[in-house]
Write a protein that binds this ligand. Structure first.
Ligand code: SF4
Length: 624
C-alpha cells in the first residue's frame, strides 16, 4: 500500500498477546486513515453499553494517511475510544511528531484491548513490539516519564504518555506526546490509565511510500508557498492561536465569568500581544509545519518565575483567564504547564473550575465543602491549587475530576442551568449567543460540545459586522439562518477528512477539497476525486453518529446548556441574544439525511454511504 504502512498492531493488555494485522485495502479506501479507520474498528469491535473504563473498551491510536509524508502540517494522529466523560464516541487528535514516528516504526495504528494487572508501557522499535513493566514510571508525570524512557531507550524514541491525572482516572485526562502536545479532549488519558498503560515509545526508520512523487512534490510546494503568504498563517506564527482572543471579545462572544457575559474587560492583559510581551520565547511547530502556531514560553515574573514550557493556546487563555475572571497571565501559563505535565485537558479542566467558581459565588459550594479554599472568581492561587487537587483527586478535586455534568448532577440546586457542557463535554471558548450557527455545531458535534468538529466559529466570528472581512459563508452571525446549517454539515464532513489524513485544520487556509483530493491521489495511487473526499467525510461522520445512536443518543441530546438557550447576553454587540436551536435542527437533519424525530441516520443515507452493516445495529433486523 502507498501512504499507509498497511498494518496495525493489536495489543491485548490482559493476556499480553501482541499480533499484527493487515488493513484491508477496501477499508483504507473507504476510511483513509487516522480518525476514519480508528472509528471503523471502534464501531465494529466495541459493543454498546460497555464501561468506558472497563476491559471491553478499546483504545485505538491511528496515524493519518499523510502522516510522515512531507505534506505540510500533516503529521497528526487520532485516538479513539468510548469516552468516560461523555459515554459516547470519543476522538482526540494531536500534532507534534509522535504520529509520524509511529508510522516509521512500521504501523499505522495500535489497538489496545483488555486491562493489564500491573502498570506497563509499550515499545515499538522498527517493527518489533514489546510490553514492558512500568512500575517505576507509575506516579510520575509526563515530563519525567518521557525523560526516563528516553534515558532507558535512547533519545531517538518518541513518547506518548499519561501523567498522574490519567492514572487517577480523571474523567478529562489527556494523552500527551512530544511532552507538550495533547490528545486532550474526551478523557482518553483516563481510558489509557484504566488499562494501566503508562506510555508508548516508538522509533523507526521504515519508508512511507508515495505513488506519484512528482505530482505530490508539486502540490506540496504550492501549499507551502500559499501558507507562507497567508495573512492568517503569519498572524498565527506571530501570536499563536491567542490571535483570535480580541476578535472574539470585540464580537461579544468571549465567555467570561463562566459565560455570564461575553465581554471581557481585561482582554488586553491576556491577548496575543500580551502573551508575546510577557512570556513568549519562541514560535514552535509540529512536524513539517511552516505555520508554527505553538509557543515556547517562560514565566518571567511572580511566584512561578523561571517555569518553562509550551503554550498557552487560545482556549487555555480564554478559559483559565476570561472564564475564570482571572487576568493573571503568568498564572494562566502556569495552569497550562501543570495541565500538560499531569496530562489534563485544559478546556475541561478550566471550565470545571469556572463552573465551581460560580457554584461558590451562588453559595452552592461553601468553604466547608472545599477544605477551606475560597474558590471565588479571579482567585488565581485557587486555580493553581485546584489543578493540583484535580489531578491527584484530593479533597474537592475528587468532585471536580468528574467533570461539569456529573458535578452539576451531584450538587443540584439549579447548577445544571450553568453547567456549560454538551453531552458531558465542556464547551470551548466561543459564546454561541454571539455566533448563532456555532450553537448548532456545538449541539450536534459527535464528541459533544466542540469547536474543531466543524470549526464554524471561524467564518462566523470573521463575518461579524464589527470586523471587516470580505468573504464568508455566514451572512449575519447574530441571526439564525436555516440555510447556513449546510455550512455546518459541509465543514464537519471536510474536517473529518482532515483528521483521517492527519492534516492540521489550519491547512484549510492553503488548500481546498480539490487539492487535498489531488494529494491523496498522488500519495496512494488511487483514482481520488472531490466527490470521494466529500463522501468519505460524510461516511465517517455518519458511522460515528451511528455509534452514539447505538449508545442510546437521540435528538433530545442535540441541545445546549440552558444558559445559552434562555439567558440573554447582558452586554456587548450580542446583547439580548439567546440561541434558538429549534429553527436550525430540522434543516440540519435534512441536509444530513437524518430522521427528524429520532436523530438517526436514515437507512437510505447509510446505504448511500456504503454503511449497510450499520443499519441492523441501529434499527434492528426489520430495516435490513
Ligand atoms: S498550525 Fe499549529 S497546530 Fe497546526 S500543525 Fe502547525 S504548529 Fe501544529
Amino acid at each position: 500500500m502507498f501512504g499507509l504502512m498497511g498494518k496495525i498492531l493489536r495489543v491485548n493488555l490482559t493476556d499480553k498477546n501482541i499480533s499484527e494485522e493487515r488493513i484491508p485495502e477496501e477499508v483504507a479506501k473507504k476510511f483513509l486513515g487516522g480518525r476514519g479507520i480508528a472509528s471503523k474498528y471502534l464501531f465494529d469491535e466495541v459493543k454498546s453499553g460497555i464501561d468506558p473504563l472497563g476491559p471491553e473498551n478499546k483504545l485505538i491510536f491511528m496515524s493519518g494517511l499523510l502522516a510522515g509524508t512531507p505534506s505540510p502540517s500533516a503529521g497528526r494522529y487520532s485516538v479513539v475510544a468510548k469516552s468516560p466523560l461523555t459515554n459516547i464516541w470519543a476522538q482526540s487528535n494531536s500534532g507534534g511528531r509522535w504520529g509520524v514516528d509511529l508510522k516509521h516504526s512500521g504501523f499505522d495504528g495500535i489497538i489496545f484491548e483488555g486491562i493489564s494487572e500491573k502498570p506497563v508501557y509499550l515499545v515499538i522499535d522498527d517493527g518489533q513490539a514489546e510490553i514492558r513493566d512500568a512500575d517505576d514510571l507509575w506516579g510520575k508525570n509526563v515530563t519525567e516519564t518521557t525523560g526516563v524512557l528516553k534515558e532507558k531507550l535512547g533519545n531517538k524514541f518518541n513518547v506518548a504518555a499519561i501523567g498522574t491525572a490519567g492514572e487517577n482516572l480523571v474523567k478529562y485526562a489527556a494523552i500527551m506526546n512530544d511532552i507538550h502536545r495533547a490528545a486532550g479532549r474526551c478523557g482518553l488519558g483516563a481510558v489509557m490509565g484504566s488499562k494501566r498503560l503508562k506510555a508508548i515509545a516508538v522509533n523507526g526508520t521504515m519508508e512511507i511510500k508515495i505513488a506519484d512523487k512528482k505530482t505530490f512534490q508539486e502540490i506540496s510546494k504550492k501549499q507551502y508557498e500559499l501558507l507562507g503568504e497567508n495573512i492568517l498563517g503569519a498572524g498565527l506564527q506571530g501570536y499563536g492561536t491567542t490571535l483570535v482572543l480580541d476578535i472574539v471579545n470585540v464580537c461579544g462572544g468571549l465567555p467570561t465569568r463562566n459565560w455570564q457575559t461575553g465581554v471581557c474587560s481585561f482582554a488586553e492583559d491576556i491577548n496575543g500581544e500580551s502573551l508575546s510581551e510577557k512570556v513568549l520565547v519562541d514560535a514552535v511547530g509540529c512536524f513539517a509545519c511552516p505555520i508554527k502556531c505553538g509557543r515556547r514560553t517562560e514565566i518571567k515574573k511572580g511566584p512561578y518565575t523561571g517555569e518553562k514550557g509550551e503554550g498557552p493556546e487560545y482556549e487555555t487563555v480564554a478559559i483559565f483567564g476570561a472564564m475564570c475572571d482571572n487576568s493573571n497571565l503568568e498564572a494562566i501559563t502556569m495552569a497550562n504547564y501543570l495541565c500538560n505535565d499531569y496530562g489534563l485537558d485544559t478546556i475541561s479542566c478550566g471550565s470545571t473550575i469556572a463552573f465551581t467558581m460560580e457554584c461558590f459565588e451562588k453559595g452552592i459550594l461553601k468553604t466547608e465543602d472545599t477544605g477551606g479554599m475560597e474558590i471565588s472568581f479571579g482567585n488565581s492561587d485557587a486555580i493553581i491549587e485546584l489543578v493540583h487537587r484535580i489531578a491527584k483527586r484530593e479533597g474537592v478535586g475528587d468532585l471536580l475530576a468528574e467533570g461539569t455534568r456529573i458535578m452539576a448532577q451531584r450538587l443540584g440546586q439549579g447548577s445544571e442551568r450553568f453547567a456549560m457542557h454538551v453531552k458531558g463535554l465542556e464547551l470551548p471558548a466561543y459564546d454561541s449567543r454571539a455566533a448563532k450557527i456555532t450553537g448548532l455545531a456545538f449541539a450536534t458535534a459527535n464528541r459533544g460540545g466542540d469547536h474543531v468538529t466543524g470549526y464554524v466559529q471561524g467564518p462566523t466570528f470573521l463575518a461579524s459586522p464589527f470586523l471587516v472581512i470580505e468573504e464568508s459563508e455566514i451572512e449575519d452571525p447574530l441571526k439564525e439562518n436555516p440555510a447556513e446549517t449546510k455550512v455546518v454539515k459541509d465543514l464537519e464532513d471536510a474536517l473529518t477528512v482532515f483528521d483521517a489524513v492527519g492534516s492540521c485544520k489550519f491547512m484549510g487556509m492553503a488548500s481546498d477539497a480539490q487539492e487535498i483530493s489531488e494529494i491523496i491521489a498522488a500519495v496512494t495511487g488511487w483514482k481520488f476525486e472531490v466527490e470521494d473526499f466529500r463522501k468519505i467525510g460524510e461516511r465517517i461522520y455518519n458511522l460515528e453518529r451511528a455509534f452514539n445512536v447505538r449508545e442510546g443518543l437521540t435528538r433530545a441530546e442535540d441541545t445546549l446548556p440552558k444558559r445559552l438557550l434562555e439567558e440573554p447576553l447582558p452586554e456587548g454587540p450580542a446583547e439580548g441574544n439567546v440561541n434558538n436551536l429549534g429553527i436550525l435542527l430540522d434543516p440540519y437533519y435534512e441536509f444530513r439525511g437524518w430522521d427528524k424525530t429520532t436523530g438517526k441516520p436514515t437507512p437510505e443515507k447509510l446505504r448511500e454511504l456504503g454503511l449497510e452493516n450499520v443499519i441492523k445495529q441501529i434499527y434492528g433486523s426489520k430495516e435490513q
